[in-house]
Design a protein around this ligand. Structure first.
Ligand SMILES: [Zn+2]
Length: 66
């Protein structure tokens, strides 16, 4: 298990270019989309997922795990 310095940080991996970016997990609200810093694509959560962290992050959003 890799130690995470900040528990509110997750890595989102862009499905278009594969770029991984650190992003802060939202607390109390879902994040249905984000903009990739590398290719500027707007990444939306997959069908059935409430949040881009659930679809493309290395950890699910806080709402899902609680
Ligand atoms: Zn990208």
């Amino acid at each position: 298990m890799i130690k995470t310095p900040n528990p509110l940080q997750a890595t989102l991996t862009c499905p278009k270019c594969g770029h991984g970016q650190q992003s802060t997990l939202p607390t109390g609200a879902c994040m249905p989309f984000y903009v990739c810093r590398n290719c500027k694509a707007m990444i939306k959560a997959k069908d059935g997922d409430c949040c881009v962290f659930c679809s493309y992050g290395d950890r699910p959003c806080p709402l899902k795990s609680s």
